[in-house]
Design a protein around this ligand. Structure first.
Ligand code: PLP
Length: 396
């Protein structure tokens, strides 16, 4: 007798989940490196700097002192206290350590926020261009993403009217990011307060990701915590990756009031139990570190100038970033779209940039270039980029 074997089933959302388009470029760039070809790595969003020594030393000391067991689920109390007090001191919004959850990067913080606020079939409103996870994670949860394109002519600055018009009966969450990855656009106080008032009136959560809050070039940037009021439906996400060159440490946090925090902590416990024990002492040290983020900011400020100058030479239309370490120019008009442009630059010149539609379907005509890389690599790559575009334009 033949035995019938039942087909094994997998979750449909997991099967349909597409890796980020940044990964696709990264894989091609890695292949070029393996083949011994040069790569100008303008595709990955991470600081080229080393983590400051004091942070490493505090981590090693904690490890040697025996911080090797499960820490408390929501994070070590000293770190949660330090996060709450540093935000309160900096932005004037009173926070208690119980409102802070230490997470595996801002990635996990965002996922927790979405998991507790959204159910399959709900909508999340996401202004674009945006960091690709805002589009992908909801899909994994069976949630519909309403992409709301911001205007390139306005430098992709958040337009509350356009965002609020996209809110429908199924919308439960709006996610924003300032300074923005990939455009560098920053939200001012008025935009943030308008959004908070509107979501509060409609019973919708506002998730605000300020992971680039230490990389700000324009005075008018404002943290949502500067304008937030008691009772606002706000979930605040941040982390250590960008401010302190700690991307590999996987340390972030999420701050929210009351029940939503308890729900996020329950899921956090189920998913990861807790964040690594001894690295949390490094994060504690990072919050004391005032000089390192400032000197990195000075270097980014200088690099931003060089990038904008080079792009201007090649006549790219580039919104000036108010923060972060990216630019999001339009591809030259002679090109079909960002995808063909990015593949041409990588295949012919080794210049790795990311096509614009990775950050939202309306942005095929743009690309992202990250300027968080070594000065000489940046200069060499930019010179080549200008030459490549000028050479291509001459063929028309
Ligand atoms: N949010 C934004 C806007 C980002 O650009 C990134 C990383 O590129 C993250 C969150 C993730 O940060 P983390 O390394 O803390 O997970």
């Amino acid at each position: 007798m033949t035995q019938t074997i039942k087909p094994l089933r997998l979750n449909r959302n997991a099967l349909n989940y597409k890796p980020s388009g940044i990964r696709a470029i990264a894989d091609l760039a890695a292949q070029r490196r393996t083949d011994g070809l040069p790569v100008y790595p303008f595709h990955l969003g991470e600081p080229d700097f080393d983590t400051p020594e004091a942070i490493k030393a505090a981590t090693i000391a904690a490890l040697q002192a025996g911080a090797v067991h499960y820490p408390p689920n929501a994070g070590i109390p000293a770190l949660r206290e330090a996060i709450a007090s540093s935000l309160t001191e900096r932005y004037g919004f009173p926070l208690h350590f119980s409102e802070v959850t230490v997470t595996v990067g801002a990635c996990e913080a965002l996922t927790l926020a979405m998991m507790v606020c959204l159910e399959p079939g709900d909508d999340v409103v996401v202004p674009t261009p945006c960091w690709p996870n805002y589009l992908q994670t909801p899909e994994l949860l069976g949630v519909n993403v309403k992409q709301v394109p911001m205007s390139a002519n306005e430098g992709y600055v958040l337009d509350p009217e356009v965002i609020l018009n996209a809110i429908g009966p199924k919308t439960r969450v709006v996610i924003i990011n300032s300074p923005n990855n990939p455009t560098g656009a920053i939200a001012n106080a008025q935009v943030l307060r308008t959004l908070l008032d509107a979501v509060r009136a409609r019973g919708i959560w506002l998730v605000v990701d300020e992971i680039y809050h230490d990389i700000v070039f324009e005075q008018k940037w404002c943290s949502v915590l500067e304008v937030a009021r008691e009772g606002d439906p706000l979930i605040y996400v941040n982390g250590f990756s960008k401010s302190y060159a700690m991307t590999g440490w996987r340390l972030g946090y999420v701050v929210a009031k009351g029940e939503v925090t308890q729900a996020m902590q329950r899921i956090h416990q189920a998913l990861v139990t807790s964040v690594n024990s001894f690295t949390q002492y490094g994060a504690l040290e990072a919050l004391k570190e005032k000089q390192a983020p400032l000197s990195m900011l000075n270097r980014y400020t200088e690099r931003r100038k060089r990038v904008l100058h080079a792009l201007e030479q090649a006549e790219f239309k580039t919104p000036i970033p108010g923060g972060g370490f990216y630019v999001f120019p339009k591809v030259p008009e002679t090109w079909r779209d960002g995808d063909s442009f990015a593949h041409h630059l990588l295949n012919q010149y080794g210049i790795a940039i990311v096509p614009g539609d990775v950050f939202g379907s309306a942005h095929r005509d743009s690309f992202r270039l990250c300027f968080a890389c070594a000065d000489d690599v940046l200069d060499e790559g930019l010179t080549l980029l200008v030459k490549a575009v000028q050479a291509y334009n001459k063929t028309f």
